[in-house]
Write a protein that binds this ligand. Structure first.
Ligand SMILES: C[S@@+](CC[C@H](N)C(=O)[O-])C[C@H]1O[C@@H](n2cnc3c(N)ncnc32)[C@H](O)[C@@H]1O
Length: 232
């Protein structure tokens, strides 16, 4: 994997989400999972807090948070995912760009909360330390960061994208994290973990593609949900 640049990995992810956005919206539009974790995140925030949804996709979580009274910005680099999100949730605020450019869009300590749900596993390992430091930079002191990632499989790998059939074989850049690794990334970037939930990855079938196999859930894989707070 070392011969593919981080930028090429990110662009391959963007291309795939552009290709699958319509079907993704059909299967996942308006559905909210992980309410327990999101509830814990919400409990840490004051009313009207500003929240950044990093890798917002079709906007389900951002919309849920805005219904709870938060001022939410959807950030994603897939034009087509964002197009689907705008159709579902035209009133949300949107920024179309790569996560690695986040500092261009937000001032120092301008946000109260950040969620990155099922998106960080598409960011190449080489980009993560800098990204976490920039997320820390834009969060207010005491601000809250909620992330959901997967653990227990190959890191820095390409996995099957079921919507794309043969074309999707080993096509989607994906990073399984080790728990220690994510805890270290948070610690070295000035975040204190306040909640950590580790569960098996639930198996799923895509509603529009009954023969799909869940390429991500394996024997030893788990879902890690973390809520962390920016230290002083
Ligand atoms: C599996 S979807 C999750 C969407 C949403 N957070 C959810 O849970 O429903 C991953 C999203 O992350 C976005 N993404 C992946 N890498 C990104 C990057 N480098 N910059 C911005 N967005 C990215 C993809 O375009 C996609 O919309």
């Amino acid at each position: 994997m070392g011969d593919i640049s981080p930028s090429a990995k990110r662009q391959s992810v963007r291309k795939i989400y552009n290709q699958i956005a319509k079907q993704y919206a059909k299967d996942f539009g308006c559905k909210i999972s992980d309410k327990k974790v999101i509830g814990k995140f919400i409990a840490e925030l004051k009313p009207n807090s500003k929240v950044l949804d990093l890798g917002a996709g079709i906007g389900n979580f951002a919309n849920y948070l805005s219904e709870k009274g938060f001022d939410c910005v959807c950030y994603d680099f897939s034009e087509e995912m964002m197009r689907e999100s705008r159709k579902l949730y035209p009133d949300l605020e949107y920024i179309l760009d790569d996560a690695v450019n986040i500092r261009n869009h937000f001032n120092h300590q301008s946000m109260d909360g950040i969620v990155a749900l099922y998106s960080l596993f598409h960011i190449p390992r080489q980009d993560l330390d800098k990204l976490f430091s920039e997320l820390n930079y834009i969060l207010k002191i005491g601000g809250v960061f909620c992330l959901i990632i997967y653990s227990g499989g190959e890191s820095d790998d390409f996995v099957d994208e079921p919507y794309l059939n043969e074309e999707g074989k080993k096509a989607l850049y994906f990073n399984y994290f080790e728990l220690e690794e994510i805890l270290q990334l948070l610690d070295q970037n000035n975040f204190k973990v306040i909640s950590k939930i580790i569960k098996p990855i639930s198996r799923w079938r895509l509603a529009s593609k009954k023969d799909s196999v869940d390429a991500l859930a394996g024997k030893n894989t788990t879902k890690i949900s973390i809520i962390a707070q920016k230290n002083k």
